[in-house]
Design a protein around this ligand. Structure first.
Ligand SMILES: Nc1ncnc2c1ncn2[C@@H]1O[C@H](COP(=O)(O)OP(=O)(O)OP(=O)(O)O)[C@@H](O)[C@H]1O
Ligand SMILES: [Mg+2]
Length: 235
């Protein structure tokens, strides 16, 4: 952990999560996943979340990105209760505030790299003439400007992951929720992805919450948590 590079906490929290719980129900009963998670994240912070497979890390990110409902608990984003927003306001929150890197990348397979990055801008109603520069700059960041016209289904695994990262950054989100963003990458490219995250977070407006099994990724974060038995512990 790198306490020296931790930024001063001048603003209020970006994210405040109190006693967040999540269970899934299937035909055989209820599966408890999160059992009272507490977390406070400030702008400019990089947070790592580790924990065994199936411990609920992705579920936590989905809830923080309002992609899934929580079962109970409180979640404030910049002081606003976002769990109880209308569906339209939740969608607006996702478009404008959140950059999500999914564990399986989840690209539009038959669309080009450019189009994959354009979708979030269209949804966020970014003017057409502003899009090319935003897309080019996000792709340059991950070293893929030369693949702009490539269909997603012809990319290598590592390239897909880098496109997924660029797509999460293109909206200039306030929180980047990244689920194993370096899982498919060699060490050098993994470091580069962390460099990009660090660069954006260092501007002071945005926070990163990264789920990772990679100790080198966790070491570059300001705080490291472990999700065990439904509870989030700071390491
Ligand atoms: N939609 C769902 N319905 C029922 N159970 C689910 C659902 N989604 C996840 N689960 C279960 O919830 C638990 C937590 O899943 P989750 O994907 O959050 O774990 P994870 O920590 O991200 O695991 P991994 O490291 O393998 O990605 C798992 O036991 C999983 O099977
Ligand atoms: Mg997962």
């Amino acid at each position: 952990m790198n306490n020296l590079s931790r930024p001063p906490l001048v603003n209020g929290p970006l994210i405040q999560v109190i006693r967040l719980s999540k269970h899934y129900s299937n035909g055989h009963g209820v599966i408890p996943v999160l059992r009272g998670v507490n977390l406070e994240v400030h702008p400019g912070e990089m947070i790592a979340v580790t924990g065994p497979s199936g411990s609920g890390k992705s579920s936590l990110l989905f809830i923080l990105g309002l992609l899934q409902p929580a079962s109970s608990g409180n979640y404030q984003f910049l002081g606003r209760d976002v769990l109880h927003l209308s569906r339209a306001d939740q969608a607006e929150f996702r478009r404008r505030r959140v950059g999500f890197v999914f564990q399986n990348c989840d690209l539009f397979e038959n669309s080009t790299v450019y189009e994959n990055l354009e979708f979030p801008l269209v949804y966020a109603m970014v003017e057409r003439h502003e899009r090319p520069a935003r897309i080019a700059s996000a792709l340059e960041m991950v070293g893929l400007a030369h693949r702009m016209g490539h269909p997603a289904n012809r990319l290598s695994g590592g390239e897909r992951q880098r496109v997924a990262v660029a797509r999460a950054l293109v909206n200039q989100p306030r929180v980047i929720l990244a689920d194993e963003p370096t899982g498919q990458l060699d060490r050098q490219n993994g470091h580069k992805i962390m460099d990009h995250f660090e660069e954006i977070v260092a501007l002071g407006e945005t926070a990163l919450i990264v789920v990772t099994h990679d100790s080198q990724v966790a070491e570059r974060c300001h705080r490291v948590f472990s999700l065990e038995d439904g509870i989030l512990y700071e390491k």
